[in-house]
Unconditional design. Sequence first.
Length: 87
Amino acid sequence: MSPEQFRAALDALGLKQTGAHGADRFFGVNETTIRRWARGAQTEAGEVPDSVAMLLTIMIAKRIKPARARQMLDGLAFFLAREKEST
């Protein structure tokens, strides 16, 4: 995913790069990392990871907003914890 595609994906999902509900918090990385991804820093740390690109692509294709993705993740964590308790 290019820096331009990354920025467009964030925009399509209504995510700012940083802030209380920003991409930095959503992906669990610091502001510097998001800025590197958005500008395409010429280092490995500046490349958007494939996992991030895939998640953004799926969220856009399926029209899943960040808040809903977080709910889904929280639900999965709850389900997995219950499964672990029952074994």
